[in-house]
Design a protein around this ligand. Sequence first.
Ligand code: AHN
Ligand code: ZN
Length: 332
Amino acid sequence: MKKGNYTYLLLLAFIGFVACGNGNKTASLPDEETKDVKAPEFNADSAFAYVKAQCDFGPRTPNSQAHNLCGNWLVNKFKEFGATVYEQTDKVRAWDGSMLDMRNIIASYNPETRKRVIICAHWDSRPWADNDPDEKNHHTPIDGADDGASGVGVMIEIARQLQMKSTEIGIDLICFDLEDYGTPQWYEGKHDENSWCLGSQYWSHQPHVEGYNARFGILLDMVGNANARFYKEYFSQRMAGNVVSKVWKKAHNSGYGVYFPKEDGGAITDDHIPVNQIARIPCIDIIPEYENCEASSFGPIWHTINDNISNIDKNTLKAVGQVLMEVIYNEK
Ligand code: AHN
Ligand code: ZN
C-alpha cells in the first residue's frame, strides 16, 4: 500500500473512534469503563454497630427517655465525625391528640456549598407492634432495628467516611423524627395518612436553614433485613425518576444489582412524600417490598416485636451503604 492510502485509513479509523466515543456515552458500562471514581469502602461492621447502639437504648418512642438519650448520642456521634449539626425541636400534635417532643437532627458536610444532596431516614421507633401475629403485643413498643435504626446506622457510617474523605458536593444527613407514630391498625376511628411522617412534614415546611435547597434526596427505610429487595417505588419514579435511574444504575454497575431489581414497586407513604411535595426537592425511597408475604408487603417482621437486632443482616447494610457511597462520591 502506498503511504498516502495508509494515512487515509488512519484518518478514517480516528473518525470512527471519535464517533464511537460519543455514541457510547449513554450506554450502561461497568464502572471500570466509565469515568466514575471508585468510592471508599463502606464498612458494614461499623454500620451494624451503629444500628445496635441505637437499639441498646431501648425503643426510641416519642417522649421516652430512650428517645431522648439516643437523640443525644446521635448528635454527639455526628459531631465526633466532624459534621455541622443542626437540631430542630418543637411540640407536635399526634393523631390521638397527644403532644410529642419532636427532634429532627441534621448533620451537614461542606455546609458552605449550594450543591447539596440529602440522605435521610427516620430515627424514632414505633410505640405499637400493631402488625404482630400475637394480639397481646399490639400495644408493645418495637426496637425498630430495621424500621428506623438501619437507615440511621448507614448514615452514621457515611458520616465517618465523609470525615476521612470529603465529597465534592455538600451532604446533609437528615434524621427525621416522628415518622412511625401513624394511626395504629387497632384504632377504630379515622385513619389519616398525615398521622405518619410528622418530622419530615415539619422540616419540609421549614427546613433547618432559610432558603435551603438540594439537588435531590435519598430516603432509607428498612435497609437492614436479609434478602431485602428494593424495587423502584412508585412515587419515587414519578417525582424523581432520574434519581431512581442514577441509583439503580450504580447498584448494577457496582455489583449489588441483585438487591435492586429493575422492576416497578408499589406506592408507599413515607418521608419522601413531604420532601417532594412540600419542600419541592426530588427525593426517592429505598424501601424493601416482599411479594408473597401475607403479614405485610414490607415483610414478616414489619411492626412486630421481632424487628430487633437479631434480624439485621450486614450484607444488606453493605449493599445499600456502598451504592450510596458510589453515588455521592461521583456527584460533581
Ligand atoms: C404506611 O404504612 C402508610 N407507610 C409506611 C411507612 C413506614 C412505616 N415506614 C416505616 N414504618
Ligand atoms: Zn414503621
